[in-house]
Design a protein around this ligand. Structure first.
Ligand code: K7E
Ligand code: CUA
Length: 681
């Protein structure tokens, strides 16, 4: 093997990964020639989007442990937006205001963080349609749906009987389902038992979630499967439409020191699920309705208020009661990603401890099932013979294959974590046709539409785990790094590096023309019970210790803007409505010393509520946080807080005139029924 500079860099990295103690000693700094040697000619011009012009593609990158989704333009690599999903977000007040707090409710309580891995665009006929983006919460099992008309999280469904929702939320080509496979097996139902009983009592679940109607995500059924780790999944398409494939590791069913004990078997499995068969079995009453406790949170588009519905049961299907539901395809060794080519014929298993990429044939799988070419039966599930399902092996001589995407022109691209490279190979002949280094330790890679029936195979994005020497160092905790490649020619060409937010596991992208995102709430449709449609509707009212302020925000003032009669011991709810109707005019709202929330950020026509408990008497300013106009700085007001028991009358000032505290009597929602009362318990 010829030793190139690239291999040296990779070898250094492999050592660094295996032996963290050496990191300081071998702190590498890549020579400039290494970088320029691999970047494409005129790379700068090919990613340059002149000022005032727009990018060709939207890319959605998972935020990993930030819990959010970030949106980039490609090819420029410009960050366009961070969409708050699973984590509270002070920039938009997400999960802090009373309307959106319930979105982060779970059966465990309020969980304002998650680890988001796999963005998945909704599809029609196997092609992304630009309607919605789904993403998984890995830590506290959840799936979120983001509406791409407003780039807003509108729905979150918790997944019961799951722990570590990693193989999720990959979609079926018809958009009917997104899936959720559990990474960690646990007792089902979860209960107190010894961990040593893992092999006997722990189970996995593969969950199929209806996802084709906004606001109505629901678990269709869960399949109860052997107690392995279910890592990733992808739907069949074309010839394999109706099937779903999940990778497994830890088929050893170890429960200690998995690093060693779960790496014993030469082959683990890809689980092949015939989900149309599952539908038929459930329809025939073969499922069991099991008690469960999980939350379904929906943000109503008219009131902009989230509601939580607690679900109490789930339909569980056991493979033993549904013949032909499930088979195992042996796959070397501890596979991570499973990817299906655009035709649906090839199922690619990426064995992270394997030197080859195993590609299974769907046609051969069907034949092996028909001829009962079984190796053995595991927990009642037939294991097909490796040789009878194998289409071919890519002898790549890379190390640590993780994920594969497709360009729609007959080629596949596989990421190799340990050897820090991308290998391009040909479907059908399995020959390696090109390889390129990544900087460093690539996880997923992404081609726009690259897991769909019709990829837009012009660019490829590498999502790297280790940033090392690519940017000015920012201490030991650096943001991760993405790299854009041009894949339109025979050789991959590096065009651009850019940093990402959180650890971006997977990403998806599509042409910008497929998204129409200038939708906003019209005031006339605003159904929030605390909304005001005009400045004159503003006012103040007291319900015991709760004081409700209905306030309008419009360039460049709040109405009302002076408030009297609050006392220590009160809880104040500021219900702000942005009564602007220009699609992009946003106001903010914040008040001094607020220990209970962040700011509010209000899109036009939207109402949000800030909860504030003043702890001391005095004068407290509030102001607009978003620089909305020339007189933004004047967009401010005061709250007077008097000592407990004070008799200062409740009043608010609207247009220089004080109005009394009974102003909203009879106008506000029932004392306990409003948005404000719901969000805090
Ligand atoms: Cu990071 Cu898909 Cu969670 Cu691979 S996963 S890298
Ligand atoms: Cu409104 Cu600044």
């Amino acid at each position: 093997m010829r030793i190139t500079a690239r291999m040296m860099a990779s070898a250094t990295l492999a050592i660094a990964i295996g032996m963290p103690g050496l990191l300081v000693a071998c702190h590498p700094s890549a020579p400039a020639t290494l970088t320029s040697a691999v970047s494409g000619a005129n790379a700068a011009a090919r990613v340059y989007v002149p000022p005032g012009q727009k990018d060709e593609l939207y890319a959605f990158l998972s935020g990993g442990f930030s819990g959010q989704v970030s949106v980039y333009g490609l090819p420029s690599g410009r960050l366009l937006k961070v969409i708050p999903v699973f984590s509270q977000d002070p920039q938009e007040g997400w999960g802090y205001d009373e309307e959106t707090k319930p979105m982060l409710q779970t059966s465990f309580g309020f969980v304002p963080w998650d680890d988001a891995h796999h963005p998945e665009l909704s599809q029609t006929n196997g092609v992304p349609n630009g309607k919605w983006l789904f993403i998984n919460g890995n830590n506290t099992p959840r799936i979120a749906r983001i509406d791409l008309a407003q780039f807003k999280t509108e729905e979150i469904l918790q997944i019961p009987n799951s722990a570590g929702n990693h193989s999720s939320p990959f979609t079926t080509p018809d958009g009917k389902y997104v899936v959720a496979g559990t990474r960690f097996s646990v007792p089902v139902p979860n209960r107190d038992t010894t961990i040593a009983s893992y092999a006997q009592t722990f189970k996995g679940t593969l969950t199929f979630v209806r996802a084709d109607e906004p606001g109505k995500m629901a678990i269709a059924f869960q399949i109860l499967v052997p107690g392995f780790d279910y890592d990733l999944g992808h739907a069949g398409k074309g010839v394999s439409d109706g099937w779903f494939f999940f990778t497994t590791y830890n088929t050893e069913q170890a429960h200690t020191k998995l690093e060693v004990n779960a790496s014993q078997n030469d082959k683990d499995f890809i689980a092949a699920i015939n989900y149309r068969r599952a539908e038929a079995c459930v329809a025939a009453g073969k499922g069991t309705i099991m008690p469960a406790s999980y939350d379904h949170n929906v943000l109503d588009e008219h009131s902009n208020t989230a509601h939580v519905e607690r679900k109490t049961s789930v339909t569980v299907l056991e493979p033993s009661r549904c013949d032909g539901l499930m088979y195992f395809l042996p796959t070397p060794k501890s596979p991570h990603g499973v990817d299906v080519d655009p035709s649906g014929e090839y199922i690619v298993g990426n064995g992270k401890l394997s030197a080859v990429i195993a590609v299974h044939s769907f046609t051969k799988m069907q034949q092996a099932i028909a001829s009962k070419s079984f190796d053995k039966i595991v927990d009642g599930i037939p294991v097909l013979k490796y040789e009878s399902v194998l289409a071919g092996e890519v002898k790549s001589s890379g190390l640590g294959p993780l994920h594969t995407e497709f360009d729609g022109k007959g080629y596949a691209y596989t990421s190799f974590f340990i050897s820090s490279e991308i290998v391009k190979w040909k479907l059908g002949t399995w020959e390696v046709v090109d390889r390129t280094p990544t900087y460093y330790a690539i996880g997923h890679l992404m081609i726009p539409g690259g897991d769909s029936r019709a990829p837009w195979g012009k660019y490829m994005l590498a999502l790297n785990k280790i940033t090392k020497d690519r940017y000015l160092p920012t201490g030991p905790i650096m943001d991760q790094s993405a790299q854009l490649y041009d894949i339109s020619g025979p050789k991959m060409q590096l065009l651009l590096d850019f940093p990402t937010i959180g650890e971006p596991h997977y990403a998806q992208a599509l042409p910008a023309s497929l998204i129409h995102s200038v939708k906003f709430n019209t005031l006339s449709e605003n159904a929030n019970p605390w909304a005001v449609k005009t400045e004159a509707e503003g006012g103040i009212s007291r319900q015991g210790k709760a004081v409700h302020v209905k306030m309008a925000a419009i360039r460049s003032h709040f109405s009302p803007d002076n408030i009297d009669g609050i006392t220590v011991g009160d809880t104040v709810y500021f219900h702000l409505t942005n009564i602007e109707q220009d699609w992009d005019i946003v106001h903010g709202f914040a008040v001094l010393g607020n220990t209970d929330a962040a700011e509010l950020i209000l899109a036009p026509g939207e109402t949000r509520t800030l909860k504030w408990i003043p702890r001391a008497s005095g004068i407290f300013p509030f102001y607009c946080t978003d620089f909305c106009s020339a007189l933004h700085q004047e967009m401010q007001g005061y709250v007077r807080v008097s000592p407990a028991g004070s008799t200062v009358a409740l009043s608010a000032t609207i247009g220089d005139r004080p109005v009394g505290g009974d102003r909203m009597a009879g106008m506000h929602p029932a004392a306990t029924g409003g948005a404000a009362a719901r969000g805090h318990q």
